[in-house]
Design a protein around this ligand. Structure first.
Ligand code: SF4
Length: 347
């Protein structure tokens, strides 16, 4: 059985032709799958009954089962999905005044093991397929309704996207193909903890979407305590990769920086950050840490975050403090889990 949402448009055309159907059927099928978001081939009423039967004998549409939806006081919605092998993942819908964002997962758990992250506590199980990534969008869009169109997708949920490069690339192809989800490449952001070969590959194969890099520290000594993968890809190598990356002022690289009290939030850190990013078109996103019982870190006080931001502003660097959304339902950054843990209550 083919999981039909694993196929990009070209592959969908090959698939229908191999079944003996006309090539133009691919466009019709894609419309039903991605514009009307149907759940069965039987709903594809402009395709003959015999072709629909053939399709349902050879392909499957949905690969996720929606288990639970929670809504935060601020309107953020967190979705728990079950995969066909019983594993679970989460996605987060974040409504804004003028647009809606979906944060998707790319792996079950995460091998990166960042020390501040709840997802990391569940270990790593496997990569998601392209269909499992794309299906998060379809299910959430069906749930929130057509008048709340998801315009932006951020690959910032569970997992390190660049360690699942091929499937993420395929999911992006499906999301941006005008016959399929037809999202703007500029509205898609892929966030990495700094996988240097992945950044270089992205520069060649996926540079139309936005790149976000979770830097979180300005010295290797501090970064290793927060992001163990820094031993493999130290700051100097990450910055060299960003200098090679084809960014410009329209498509700036987002530097993500979680603010941890007394660890990485000093004015000296801010000044070192200025030096590190010199000459690279970036925006800096300062992320207030979401604490949880047993966490190794504490959040920086708001005044300290603002002091840090001011240093960046003084050097004309665009720096924002990210609003923490969905904290009351554990949907904020670094809070997604593969398992529902009874021992973890979010403050
Ligand atoms: S912060 Fe992101 S990359 Fe790091 S462990 Fe968590 S999910 Fe993985």
């Amino acid at each position: 059985m083919v999981k039909i949402k694993n196929l990009n448009f070209e592959e969908l055309q090959d698939f229908v032709q191999n079944l003996g159907l006309e090539k133009y059927r691919a466009k019709q099928i894609a419309q039903w799958l991605y514009k009307k978001r149907v759940k069965s081939f039987d709903e594809m009423t402009n395709i003959s009954k015999s072709a629909r039967k053939l399709l349902s004998e050879n392909a499957e549409i949905d690969v996720l089962k929606l288990v639970k939806v929670e809504e935060s006081a601020d309107g953020t919605r967190k979705y728990l999905f079950e995969l066909e092998d019983g594993n679970r993942i989460e996605s987060v819908f974040i409504p804004e005044k003028d647009w809606n964002t979906l944060c998707v997962s790319t792996q079950v758990g995460c091998p990166a093991q960042c020390k501040f992250c709840l997802t990391a506590k569940d270990g790593f199980t496997r990569n998601l397929t392209a269909a499992e990534i794309v299906d998060q969008y379809i299910h959430v869009q069906r749930d929130v309704g057509e008048d709340r169109r998801i315009s932006n997708v951020v690959f910032m949920g569970m997992g390190e996207p660049l360690l699942n490069f091929d499937n993420v690339k395929k999911a992006v192809e499906i999301m941006t193909d005008r016959n399929m989800l037809d999202l703007s490449t500029r509205k898609i952001t892929i966030s990495t903890v700094g996988i240097v070969p992945g950044i270089d590959r992205m520069a060649k194969e996926m540079n139309k979407v936005k790149l976000a890099v979770s830097l979180h520290a300005t010295t290797d000594e501090t970064r290793e305590k927060i992001v163990p993968l820094n031993r493999r890809y130290p700051i100097s190598e990450i910055m060299a990769a960003l200098k090679r990356y084809p960014a410009d002022n329209i498509r700036r690289i987002m530097i993500e920086y979680v603010m941890l009290k007394g660890v990485n939030d000093s004015v000296e850190d801010a000044k070192r950050l200025v030096k590190l990013i010199k000459g690279i078109p970036v925006k800096v996103n300062l992320i207030p840490f979401n604490p949880y019982p047993g966490a190794l870190f504490e959040p920086s006080p708001r005044e300290q975050i603002e002091k840090f931001q001011k240093v960046l502003w003084d050097y004309n660097i665009a720096a924002f403090i990210r609003d923490s959304r969905g904290q009351d339902i554990s949907a904020a950054c670094g809070m997604l889990r593969t398992k529902e843990k009874k021992d973890v209550k979010i403050l």
